[in-house]
Write a protein that binds this ligand. Structure first.
Ligand code: ADE
Length: 245
């Protein structure tokens, strides 16, 4: 994944990009992130990036000029880009968007808003407006990191262990199954027999059953969306029957 992030607070991103999986992905050139401080593109002695809203009201609005200048500057190299504005009004981000982004050939530009909002004319620069959920956070930086993180995990080689992503049950469209590690018994709580059986088929089946059970209980809306196999349907009816009993 290649991206440019326009922000007033590059340090917020630097900290996260320099740890763990994202750092390793950058070291392996699987992830390329360039940070641009929007204030560097503002004019005047104070490099002002915000102003009061036309029509009155509280709060400040992100001025259009610095953002247009930053985007013009970034685009000078002629590379094909997809410009994404992070905002609570955007399309809700989910795993299928992360998968689509991981296949995207274009370089991403993430515009991180702040203040009460961004001058509406900035939207003429934007290909897609994306939200990370129905709540308002202080700025788009965390949202850009969420998007970059979820995409990076899907890039082959980024996790080190190729199997991990396929095993993540969200890639099945379900919630995750329970995990256990040593010791086998802890404060009277046992690790389920199937997981210590050494039988891969039995382990896979236990995980699938538990992922289905958890999803049915906590997020039945996801069950509606996922493509269920005949085996899944059988497992689900067994789960429902055992819970009715
Ligand atoms: N900026 C503020 N809130 C946001 C949200 N929920 N998603 C993306 N960007 C945001």
């Amino acid at each position: 994944m290649k991206c440019d992030v326009l922000t007033l607070f590059p340090d917020i991103l630097t900290a996260y990009l320099n740890e763990s999986i994202l750092k390793r992905a950058r070291d392996k050139n699987l992830l390329d992130v360039k940070l641009y401080n929007i204030r560097d593109f503002a004019s005047g002695p104070h490099r002002t990036v915000d102003d009061s809203p036309y029509g009155g009201g509280s709060g400040m609005v992100f001025k259009p000029e610095p953002v247009f200048r930053a985007v013009d500057f970034i685009k000078e190299d002629g590379e094909l880009r997809k410009v994404i504005l992070l905002s609570p009004q955007g399309k809700p981000y989910n795993q299928s968007m992360a998968e689509a982004y991981s296949r995207e050939k274009k370089r991403f530009v993430f515009i991180c808003g702040r203040y009460e909002g961004i001058d509406e004319r900035v939207k003429t620069l934007v290909d897609e407006e994306v939200s990370i959920g129905d709540y308002v956070i202080t700025g788009g930086e965390l949202a850009a990191l969420v998007i970059i993180d979820a995409v990076t995990r899907l890039i082959p080689g980024a996790l080190g262990d190729e199997k991990s992503v396929e095993d993540e049950s969200f890639s099945w469209g379900l919630l995750d199954y329970p995990h256990y590690t040593r010791p086998r018994e802890f404060r009277g709580m046992q690790v389920p027999e199937a997981l210590v059986s050494g039988n891969h088929k039995e382990i896979w089946l236990w995980r699938r059953r538990e992922a289905l059970r958890k999803t049915l209980k906590k997020r039945p809306d996801l069950i509606e969306k996922v493509e269920l196999t005949d085996l899944d349907k059988k497992i689900l009816s067994e789960i429902k029957a055992s819970e009715d009993a």
